[in-house]
Design a binder for this molecule. Structure first.
Ligand code: HEC
Ligand code: HEC
Ligand code: HEC
Ligand code: HEC
Ligand code: HEC
Length: 505
């Protein structure tokens, strides 16, 4: 007997057809129920009624806010201010040059010695750039706007639809030209601070990265040999055939994107000098050798790059800017898989929904949501742990800055005494090494929290390089020529008045 036909002999055909039909109907019903449950769950987490259609270049967050009012409301709160011991923000941001006068000596001759304030909320990023003395007193390129505005419409317009081409063109413009870019109808193109469109794909709302500087930077990082175990999609790309460059929007996990969204801007950068094959004033993230402090330094050394000549010693220096992504990358939280958004945009419950808090700020102002989801420790104790790291970092910063001032003083005394430039050359290199490490940790805005041991290591090295340089400069002097202490260049106080700089509202 053919087993396949056996049943037909036992029971009538109609019975089996009935069984098949009923099974099919039940299956359809169960699947429909499951889909509906999943959809409801998804809706409960991401509820929105699409009231307005969002387009690729809709930068106005108020338009997006009609669809996603909760995220918009918290985004608007980035105008708020509240200080913490080392961070947070003020209505009139603290002038770091006056609270830490050695900064003026460290940066003598560079624009940062004119005005350098505490960061504040995202809402202010465009207006604070409009008002800084670094823009008012020095000529700056359009490249500055890359991280201070919702810039895609400007790139799109300048590049006639080609964002990368537009990026290169806007970088080279003067700051004023770029800031005042308008389309053919005269509509201004640089109008908002970072907005929804910069981090979200308008149709699906999934996270994306749009900043050309980051897209280029993460490609050279992937092609480098610096291990990045906390970024598994890059490690996977490295093991592949590497035919296509690394593309975070295609390859990164959602979890990695929760840090990449911020790494679009919170990173070290430089502008290419005259004569660079890529053109002048191109914004570059120096990740060609990797993310670590000395990997960035080795790249700058290899291309012979210098941000400025130190006004007092003449040494070629490097200026570090907000390497939050890079320092976080060396820390315990990155290794444990904790993203920027986990701490700075934690989920909050609104009714039955889980919404990401778009009020990006110091997590120490929101410990319950930012930290206690993982650390079952009382709030006061957690803040104390963070402060302990920051206080220790601060202690090392004080020692490193004192060492740097002594080093600069000894070099200056040796130069005044007529010590041969060839003798001083290696000493100026030690100044560059010390300055770069101290500046990197100081300009990183967590005051050591993002990677406590790495910060301490770098400050230890800074102290060592500065003291080595000081000792060598002293050796070049006669015993009756003790180094004369150099004071920071005399400059008017840069502390802003109550009116400056105004916020966006
Ligand atoms: C484990 C939690 C955690 C993670 C992860 C984290 N941060 Fe932070 N971040 C902090 C804490 C704590 C501070 C110190 C805040 C203070 O001093 O008030 C801080 C400070 C900052 C500041 C300065 C804030 C201020 O008020 O001045 C910036 C900017 C920042 N982080 C950006 C980032 C970026 C970008 C990433 C990812 C690359 C990141 N953070 C990852 C906890 C975190
Ligand atoms: C790679 C992205 C990026 C570029 C390019 C960039 N910035 Fe910023 N800027 C930031 C970030 C991130 C902060 C907040 C962290 C901080 O203050 O260190 C900031 C803070 C600032 C602030 C407020 C705090 C302060 O320093 O007084 C000013 C003003 C500013 N930038 C001006 C400029 C100017 C001028 C340029 C061009 C020379 C520029 N920025 C280019 C990312 C960038
Ligand atoms: C600096 C980047 C950034 C900007 C700007 C930004 N978002 Fe988000 N947004 C995020 C991150 C990170 C998440 C968490 C996404 C995830 O984990 O998948 C998120 C999540 C969301 C979600 C998904 C639901 C949720 O709350 O987790 C919505 C909706 C959303 N954002 C709307 C907006 C709107 C509207 C704006 C503008 C008013 C905006 N976002 C601006 C980074 C950003
Ligand atoms: C388009 C560039 C850009 C992106 C993207 C961006 N930031 Fe910022 N961020 C800035 C600038 C510029 C400032 C300084 C604004 C000022 O001081 O006027 C800033 C300020 C901050 C501050 C200080 C806020 C305060 O109250 O003192 C924190 C914290 C911060 N950013 C974290 C993040 C995190 C986390 C992400 C990712 C979710 C992110 N940023 C994405 C450019 C950016
Ligand atoms: C998503 C989970 C998560 C969040 C959110 C988180 N942490 Fe952590 N934290 C960890 C893990 C995991 C470790 C590493 C523990 C280990 O491996 O021993 C850690 C380590 C630490 C350490 C020791 C690190 C060091 O450098 O010595 C401190 C302090 C700390 N966290 C404080 C905080 C604070 C403050 C916040 C909020 C701003 C926070 N954490 C948010 C998971 C988290």
């Amino acid at each position: 007997m053919n087993p396949l036909r056996g049943s037909q002999t036992g029971r009538p055909r109609a019975f089996w057809i009935g069984v098949v039909l009923v099974t099919a109907l039940v299956t359809i019903a169960v699947v429909a129920l499951l889909i509906s449950i999943t959809e409801r769950r998804w809706e409960a987490r991401h509820p929105f009624v699409r009231l307005v259609e969002i387009e690729e270049l809709t930068v106005d967050p108020a338009v997006w806010g009609q669809n996603w009012p909760h995220q918009y409301d918290s985004y608007l709160r980035t105008v708020d201010y509240e200080r913490t011991r080392y961070g947070g923000s003020d209505a009139v941001p603290k002038q770091k040059l006056d609270s830490d006068p050695w900064l003026r000596l460290m940066w003598a001759g560079y624009a940062f010695s004119l005005d350098y304030r505490e960061a504040r909320g995202h809402a202010y990023m465009l207006s604070d750039q409009d008002h800084t003395e670094r823009v008012l007193q020095r000529s700056q390129p359009g490249a500055c706007l890359h991280c201070h505005a919702s810039i895609l419409p400007a790139y799109n317009y300048a590049g006639q639809g080609d964002i990368m081409a537009g990026f290169r063109l806007v970088n080279q413009m003067t700051w004023n030209e770029a800031r005042n870019l308008a389309d053919d109808a005269g509509k201004p193109l640089v109008t908002h601070p970072v907005s929804c469109v910069d981090c979200h794909e308008p149709q699906t709302m999934s996270l994306r990265v749009t900043r050309p500087g980051f897209l280029n930077g993460v490609q050279v990082l992937a092609a480098s040999d610096d291990p990045v175990p906390h970024l598994p999609s890059i490690e996977r790309w490295r093991q592949g055939d590497r035919r296509e460059p690394y593309d975070p929007n295609r390859l990164a996990s959602r979890h990695e994107m929760r840090s990449f969204a911020c790494a679009q801007c919170h990173v070290e950068y430089y502008f290419t000098p005259e004569g660079d094959p890529r053109g002048r004033n191109q914004l570059v993230y120096p990740w060609h050798h990797g993310l670590k402090n000395e990997r960035q330094e080795s790249y700058y050394d290899a291309i012979g790059y210098t941000d400025w000549r130190h006004e007092i010693t003449g040494g070629g220096m490097l200026k570090a800017q907000h390497p939050e992504f890079e320092l976080w990358s060396q820390g315990i939280h990155a290794r444990a898989g904790v993203s920027c958004a986990d701490c700075h945009m934690p989920y909050e419950r609104i009714g039955a929904m889980k919404v990401s808090n778009h009020h990006v700020r110091s997590p120490l102002l929101n410990v319950a949501q930012a930290c206690q989801v993982c650390h079952n420790v009382p709030e006061g104790e957690l803040v104390a742990r963070a402060h302990a790291i920051q206080d220790r970092t601060r202690g090392l910063v004080d020692r490193a800055s004192a060492a740097l001032v002594d080093q600069i003083s000894a070099i200056k005394t040796a130069q005044d005494a007529g010590v041969d430039a060839a003798v001083l050359e290696p000493i100026l290199r030690l100044q560059r090494r010390a300055q770069w490490r101290l500046d990197w940790v100081y300009s990183e805005n967590s005051h050591g929290f993002h990677a406590s041991q790495e910060s301490a290591r770098l400050l230890g090295e800074a102290i060592d390089y500065a003291r080595q340089g000081e000792a060598q400069a002293r050796q070049a002097l006669r015993p009756d020529q003790p180094p004369r202490r150099v004071e920071p260049p005399a400059m008017p106080s840069a502390t802003p008045t109550a009116e400056a700089p105004p916020g966006p509202r």
